[in-house]
Design a protein around this ligand. Structure first.
Ligand SMILES: [Zn+2]
Length: 430
């Protein structure tokens, strides 16, 4: 009986993974543990279906978002996160980022940043309220998100990526909250009026350090966010800023899209000391799916990517910003060229991604790690290149022996806990 069952499993496995099998045969290896593999896939499928799955960082790729020109209601080749791919990959909820690139800190710069933010808020509201109210809904609380998901819709929440958009007017924090924002990433590339960035901008004339952490205004912003129940996002900020936030914030904080510095020495990632501090704070690191943060590219790969960008005429800078400033045709050419570069010099893949989850779980603990892809802002790796492939993460976690309970925490339990804590602290403060 047992023998027969394994035989059946074996043949199903062969049918399902013909391509992989051919690969094994070509390299002279035989596939092993096929019965185990089937059990892993079945367990992952069930856990993924039951889990509340939340991605805390997806960009909306510009002002055309949620129009006919950039429609998130179809399986859109221009988007790694759309409503079709979310359903395909079993992703229940997403924080869409209102992203504002850092600019000059003068009245004109602040006005532009604020207006840009409002345009993007409108786009996200248009998606949920006008275009597809039958398929998704804006979630402004963790309870609300769970209700929306239980009702069979995708929950859409908003994060503001770069506190620059607040300008010097503290009341804008409340305005953004009222528009649905539930976290603010304090800075992006370049120091701002709130704090120092992990990546000073030479273009903006930044020194390595300006405030040496949070500015006096930045401290007011964190206090106001605590009061309102908005999560403070420490991705993109300098390690001094991180420490100031940890010391000041009354509520647990999030790193909405970062990796582990011990595995990839990039200033965008958190080192072990920071992971320990985050755990003590009760917060969570949401692991980013951006190859350069997961695995430092080899000098050869870096060179090839730079050559490609130069050839197409894309300005240099961080990949997300670089691509968002490029034209559609440049982006297409870049993606095409990138495929050739990938074959020559493979970038990070799913296993590297889950290595970062492993590391964060080991250092900070299983209650302090989650998922924040940065799709449509530079994120996307082999095996987890868009939301339709989200199940692969669960498969890899099951394969590595993570329990059902642990996987559910990673996919959504932890961020919901932090969000609830932020609400609780706000209720106490108000
Ligand atoms: Zn970012």
């Amino acid at each position: 009986m047992l023998h027969k069952l394994s035989d059946i499993r074996l043949s199903v496995f062969f049918l399902m993974t013909l391509a992989a099998y051919t690969g094994h045969r070509a390299s002279g290896q035989q596939p092993q543990h096929t019965a185990d593999e089937q059990e892993i896939l079945a367990a992952a499928e069930r856990i993924h279906r039951e889990a509340v799955t939340i991605d805390t960082h997806v960009d909306i790729a510009g002002a055309e978002y949620a129009t006919e020109r950039l429609d998130p209601g179809i399986d859109n080749p221009k988007l790694k996160c759309d409503l079709v791919k979310m359903v395909q990959g079993g992703v229940d909820a997403v924080f869409l980022a209102v992203w504002i690139g850092q600019g000059k800190r003068d009245a004109d710069g602040y006005k532009r940043a604020y207006d840009n933010a409002i345009t993007q808020f409108k786009a996200i509201h248009r998606l949920a309220e006008n275009m597809y109210p039958d398929r998704c809904q804006l979630a402004v609380s963790p309870d609300g998100a769970e209700r929306i998901i239980a009702g069979g819709k995708r929950a859409v929440t908003i994060g503001v990526e770069n506190g620059y958009a607040i300008g010097e007017d503290l009341s804008n924090v409340r305005k953004f909250y009222d528009l649905g924002a539930r976290y603010i990433t304090l800075s992006h590339v370049g120091h701002n009026q709130i704090c120092d960035s992990s990546n000073p901008s030479s273009k903006l004339g930044d020194e390595q350090s300006e405030h040496n952490g949070l500015s006096p205004f930045g401290r007011q912003v964190v206090v106001e966010m605590n009061r309102l129940g908005m999560m403070v996002d420490v991705s993109h900020i300098s390690s001094e800023s991180f420490q100031d936030v940890i010391d000041l914030s009354r509520a647990p904080v999030i790193a909405s899209h970062s990796g582990c510095r011990a595995l990839s020495d990039n200033p965008r990632n958190l080192d072990d000391r920071q992971l320990e501090a985050l755990a003590k704070n009760g917060g969570v690191i949401q692991i980013v799916a951006l190859d350069a943060y997961l695995k430092a590219p080899s000098p050869e790969r870096r060179h090839a990517v730079k050559d490609l960008a130069t050839r197409i005429g894309i300005p240099t800078g961080p990949l997300g910003a670089r691509l968002s400033e490029a034209t559609a045709s440049q982006r297409r050419q870049f993606r095409e060229g990138e495929r050739e570069v990938d074959q020559q010099f493979p970038p990070a893949g799913l296993k590297d991604y889950v290595d970062h989850i492993d590391h964060a779980a080991k250092v900070a603990g299983i209650h302090h790690v989650g998922i924040g892809t940065d799709f449509d802002g530079g994120g996307g790796i082999r095996g987890f290149n868009d939301h339709s492939q989200a199940r692969n993460v669960t498969v890899e976690l099951v394969r590595r022996g993570y329990s059902e309970e642990a996987i559910k925490k990673i996919w959504g339990g932890n961020i919901l806990r932090v969000w609830r804590e932020a609400e609780k602290v706000a209720a106490e403060l108000q």
